[in-house]
Design a protein around this ligand. Structure first.
Ligand code: PLP
Length: 326
């Protein structure tokens, strides 16, 4: 697969790929777990969105943009990384955040402000109207806004994860390892689309397993399937790789931390000294643990860490069960 799209350099690549020996021992069930460290993509505490933003920012600059406008939850990692990317590219960032002024003011919100982003609260779960108003206002002031949809999940953004697949498979080849399964958090579908196209282009024989963070599989499919198809067309890849979506780890919903996330977060922290976040990667790791315990995952498994660690500092009180407050 040749990706002939411009990029604006943001990430420190390749991100590390390594074995989790103590976590694998803790998990048991015949699983040898490895990790791809996209929590270490570099800028402003890293994460998966920087890979998409390398392509999106290049597209914005090519279109003469002066401002980036995007949206997400109050603790959006995507918004924080967009603010960082905008700073690096000399653009102004505008973040339209869902709901009212946050009751969790720490974590990513601190970083958004440090990075110089303009913050707007949509006042409702819907953000489109507020986005449109921000864009109209910028245009009226003579600016050229570039709109990045939720999660940066466009075909151009997803190209970042097709490229990431090629990066990971080159590392795996150098290390002499093959993975049976690759497990990752999925929500707005861009990471999933990119990995699916990258794995499809490589005719990889293993299984892609997306742990849905917030949508039932059928709902996610309505977003991710057309995005995957459009990404495959953009990158001229014939057959994207199928993705098995596990949607039984949504628990009580987006951003609501349960016992499964607490167990996963603590297990990885206490066996490997590696942090996953309460909303995305903690849930994805809980899914990996659950599927391994059922015998659904076996052999050599790659957990793709997509970042999100700053949110830990907004969820302090949710991270410990009632037995373990101190
Ligand atoms: C840490 C983290 N992991 C995974 C995801 C999901 O990625 P995608 O939106 O591409 O499905 C997100 C999205 O915000 C995220 O912040």
């Amino acid at each position: 697969m040749q990706i002939n799209l411009p990029t604006f350099p943001l990430i420190l690549a390749p991100t590390p790929l390594h074995h989790l020996s103590r976590f694998s021992f803790w998990l048991g069930h015949g699983c040898e777990v490895w990790i791809k460290r996209d929590d270490l993509t570099g800028m402003a505490l890293g994460g998966n969105k920087l890979r998409k933003l390398e392509f999106l920012v290049a597209d914005a600059l090519a279109q003469g943009a002066t401002d980036l406008v995007t949206t997400g939850a109050a603790q959006s990692n995507h918004c924080r990384q967009t603010a960082a990317a905008a700073a690096k590219a000399g653009l102004v960032s505008h973040l339209v955040l869902r709901g009212e002024v946050a009751d969790r003011p720490g974590g990513n919100l601190v970083l958004d402000r440090l990075l110089g982003a303009h913050l707007y609260w949509s006042g409702s779960p819907q953000t489109q109207e507020r986005m449109d108003a921000v864009v109209a206002d910028l245009r009226a002031r003579g600016c050229t806004p570039y709109v990045i949809p939720l999660g940066g999940s466009t075909p151009v953004g997803a190209a970042g994860y097709a490229a990431a697949w090629a990066e990971m498979s080159g590392q795996a080849r150098d290390l002499g390892v093959d993975f049976d399964q690759v497990v990752f958090a999925t929500s707005s579908g861009g990471t999933q689309a990119g990995l699916s196209v990258g794995a499809g282009a490589a005719s990889w024989p293993g299984e892609l397993v997306g742990i849905s963070v917030d949508h039932l599989a059928a709902e996610l499919g309505k977003i991710a399937d057309p995005l995957t198809q459009a990404t495959a067309e953009l990158l001229q890849v014939q057959s994207p790789h199928p993705v098995f979506i596990a949607d039984q780890y949504i628990g009580e919903g987006y951003g609501i931390v349960g016992e499964a996330e607490r167990e996963a977060i603590q297990a990885l922290a206490r066996t490997e000294g590696i942090l996953v976040d309460p909303v995305y990667t903690g849930r994805a790791l809980a899914g990996l643990i659950g599927l391994a315990r059922q015998g659904r995952l076996q052999g050599r498994i790659l957990f793709w860490h997509t970042g999100g660690t700053p949110a830990i500092f907004a969820y302090e009180r949710d991270l410990f069960g009632s037995q373990e407050g101190q």
